[in-house]
Design a protein around this ligand. Structure first.
Ligand code: HEM
Ligand code: NAG
Ligand code: NAG
Length: 319
């Protein structure tokens, strides 16, 4: 009798330990046994897409950021609008700006084909595609913790509130990242994502015409393709080498050539100046810190265990 209940207790403890392991944390080896082909398949499709268009690597990196900052890394950003889904795709930071949905669809169908069934989540695909994009453009690699599940909801309101706009100054940027459990070092390192990709005139017009902490030659150059009115969607590179992961984003900030107001805010006499300076001459430490902060960002509020679902179509909740 006593040994029976001890046995029962033991079983209960084992069960709760097992379910904690399932539901608590992500692990890089999550798909190793169930589908070892999954990660190589993601890498192939990302490399193909980046070969066709270098900018796609930047766009896939940003997709992960905009997913994670809205209710955690749960692929909510991929859901299309329906009667019950309040799609994030038309939120202000995303509308006519966020890209890469077709590549994610292609990855999902390749991965499901390779695995013979739908077992890899869209949220994990977005996280791995971001890593593979950085690597494809010459950046550092890291092991992506896996086991995220996909949301059954989305929130345009949260996307509008929680994704930082480029008009923010340093204290507001720090606060926006702090709400996600990210510190000032994460803010600076992750902003280094702007070593890749482009921005539209509407996002930096105010900076080049009105900011005073800007190199005047740089401002004139940018004005040539971003008039005071019109040309809203004209593109400018976020740093001088938008298809290469390097430290030029930071050396540019030191020369007051940040493209976005929020970029230059990181080097404007505040407490992040020293870290910007360090990264500007030390690609190794930027790369190391970027990889660490990407893992931290990727761990924001994941759905795990039996929460959420593994979507069959990344754009839709399973019926
Ligand atoms: C710190 C706050 C941030 C602000 C205010 C911000 C703002 C912006 C804006 C306004 C654009 C241009 C969008 C457009 O014109 O369509 C952009 C592009 C981009 N952002 Fe950020 N961003 C931030 C942080 C990040 C982070 C943390 C990452 C990734 C780690 C990231 C990666 C990118 C990339 C790669 C692009 C270029 C995308 C492309 O060319 O398609 N950003 N960001
Ligand atoms: C998103 O952009 C489209 C133009 O492509 C525009 O018609 C629509 O009003 C925008 N949506 C929102 C919510 O701002
Ligand atoms: C610059 O600032 C002034 C005054 O705040 C404002 O009226 C104007 O629209 C701004 N110009 C641009 C291009 O944003």
């Amino acid at each position: 009798m006593a040994s029976n209940s001890f046995f029962l207790l033991h079983v209960l403890v084992m069960f709760s330990l097992a379910s904690m392991a399932l539901s608590d944390s992500l692990s890089p080896s999550f798909y190793n046994h169930v589908c070892p082909e999954a990660l190589p398949a993601i890498k192939r499709v990302v490399e193909d897409a980046v070969r066709k268009e270098r900018r796609m690597g930047a766009s896939l990196l940003r997709l992960h950021f905009h997913d994670c900052f809205v209710n955690g890394c749960d692929a909510s950003i991929l859901l299309d609008k329906t009667a019950t889904i309040d799609s994030e795709k038309t939120a202000i930071p995303n509308n006519n700006s966020i890209r890469g949905f077709d590549v994610i669809d292609k990855i999902k169908s390749e991965v499901d084909k390779c695995c013979g069934r739908s077992i890899v989540s869209c949220a994990d695909i977005v996280a791995v595609a971001a890593r593979d994009s950085v690597v494809a453009l010459g950046g550092p690699t890291w092991e992506v913790p896996l086991g995220r599940r996909d949301s059954t909801t989305a929130s345009r309101t949260k996307a509008n509130n929680d994704i930082p706009p480029p008009t923010l100054d340093l204290p507001a940027l720090i606060n926006s990242f702090k709400k996600q459990g990210l510190n000032e070092k994460d803010l600076v390192a992750l902003s280094g994502g702007h070593t890749l990709g482009f921005a539209q005139c509407s996002t930096f017009r105010n900076r080049i015409y009105n900011d005073t902490n800007i190199d005047s030659t740089f401002a004139s150059q940018r004005k040539a393709n971003c008039p005071r009115s019109g040309g809203n969607t004209n593109l400018a590179p976020l740093d001088p080498t938008p298809a290469l992961f390097d430290s030029k984003y930071f050396s540019n900030l030191v020369s007051k050539k940040g493209l976005l107001h929020s970029d230059q805010a990181l080097f404007n006499g505040g407490q992040t100046d020293n870290l910007v300076k360090k990264y500007s001459t030390n690609l190794g430490s930027f790369s190391k810190d970027f990889a660490e902060s990407m893992i931290k960002m990727g761990n924001i509020k994941p759905l795990t265990g039996n929460q959420g679902q593994i979507r069959v179509n990344c754009r839709k909740v399973n019926v």
